[in-house]
Design a binder for this molecule. Structure first.
Ligand SMILES: Nc1nc2c(ncn2[C@@H]2O[C@H](COP(=O)(O)OP(=O)(O)OP(=O)(O)O)[C@@H](O)[C@H]2O)c(=O)[nH]1
Ligand SMILES: [Mg+2]
Ligand SMILES: [Zn+2]
Length: 365
């Protein structure tokens, strides 16, 4: 097969690095299928909007994938898939190519123990643009949580402070900078068109970036600016700066620079789906301090020789940043404990089933 036969997909991010994982996914598909790679750039109900070597197509998941796959196997916006072009002008999706990154969060299962399940949002994005309004929406702790999700999924977190045209945003910008630690941060107004050039170095050809953040923070307004287009946006309630979920689906757009930008509906709760390492990476300042504590298992509460408490007392560690770390740490600790319990339960059930089978087997003999 020629290396360049899928050249028409280059503007959608196809490159030689995808050849091998694509061929691996093809190998798992049923025989008789004539496969092509395609990228999922949007989704409307069961219909996936695909970019294929033959141009855009509407894609449906094959019956086999539908019935044998788990949630993690279903195509997400951003995924490369193995598609079969059919005569009706549509396409059938037979499999998903192994992802480089995945954007997911935890959503409640509604069970009383408060457990969550991993809910998948998008795949193969390089950068997660965490959009936060410099109005009543301003909430750095929420942005820190999104940054943890980004790191867990292998994306770079980029803080985007929007609505910089509003009065009195200066103090909020400083608060956000402290909260962001070493994460990059840009300040802009999509409405006034100021500060947008700070995004240029992130919007290079081949880079895929998603915009995440609550409803009404101005994600679509920013997409429109960058695309010079007019997707639907809507006023937020002035009292609490809440939006009304104007955008209802995820969609990947091509920017003039060659970058791919994903607009998405805002979501209210940022359920953590991550582990301790993701947190440590985002709070390397606190990790470095903790390493200096006298006790290696210091909880940074009343212990003598606690470097974290010392730094807080002398003001070299910001109180709010510390609080952000502490809350996430506690939550991840619970998450890990609960997962362990769930694992133990599953293991017990598995052995119970095996023993039952053995008993039945012995009875039959
Ligand atoms: N003052 C000001 N208002 C803005 C700015 N950007 C967006 N807005 C306004 O904020 C409101 C919501 O903007 P949207 O772009 O629809 O927000 P969104 O994040 O896409 O919201 P959802 O699609 O609901 O998730 C609109 O009334 C915009 O005009 C800005 O830079 N400054
Ligand atoms: Mg929107
Ligand atoms: Zn300590």
């Amino acid at each position: 097969m020629s290396q360049n036969q899928y050249e028409s997909l280059n503007p959608w991010g196809w490159s030689p690095v995808w050849s091998e994982p694509y061929e691996e996914a093809v190998a798992l598909c049923p025989r008789g299928v004539v496969p092509v790679p395609a990228r999922v750039i949007g989704r409307e109900g069961p219909v996936h909007l695909l970019e294929t070597p033959d141009g855009p197509r509407a894609g449906l998941v094959s019956g086999r994938l539908q019935f044998t796959g788990t949630e993690a196997d279903f195509p997400l916006v951003g995924d490369w898939v193995v598609a079969q072009l059919i005569d009706s002008g549509q396409a059938v999706i037979h499999g998903v190519v192994a992802r480089k990154t995945v954007f997911s969060r935890s959503v409640s299962t509604g069970s009383p123990d408060g457990s969550g399940r991993q809910s998948f949002l998008a795949a193969n994005l390089d950068v997660l643009g965490i959009v936060m309004g410099l109005d009543g929406n301003f909430n750095p702790r929420r942005a820190q949580r999104l940054a943890t999700l980004a790191r867990h999924g292998g994306m770079l977190p980029l803080w985007i402070l929007s609505k910089a045209d509003l009065a009195d945003s200066g103090a909020k910008v400083e608060t956000a900078r402290t909260a962001a630690g070493e994460d990059p941060l840009v300040v802009l107004s999509a409405l006034a068109g100021t500060g947008l050039e700070a995004l240029d170095s992130w919007l290079t050809a081949g880079t895929a970036i998603a915009l995440a953040g609550s409803s009404g923070v101005g994600k679509t307004t920013l997409v429109n600016r960058l695309l010079s287009s007019s997707l639907a946006t809507r006023e937020v309630r002035t009292l609490d700066s809440k939006g009304k979920h104007t955008t209802t689906s995820r969609h990947l757009y091509q920017l003039p620079s060659g970058a791919l930008l994903m607009d998405a509906p805002g979501f209210r709760t940022v359920g953590l789906w991550a582990d301790a390492d993701d947190l440590a990476e985002g709070f390397s300042d606190i990790e470095a301090l903790a390493a200096l504590c006298r006790f290696h298992d210091c909880r940074h509460q009343e212990e003598p020789g606690c470097a974290v408490r010392e730094a807080l007392a002398e003001g070299s560690l910001d109180e709010a940043r510390w609080e952000g770390w502490r809350r996430q740490e506690r939550e991840l600790h619970h998450l890990a404990k609960r997962d362990n319990k769930a694992l133990q339960r599953a293991e017990k059930d598995r052995w119970k089933a095996i023993h039952q089978q053995m008993r039945n087997f012995n009875k039959r003999r």
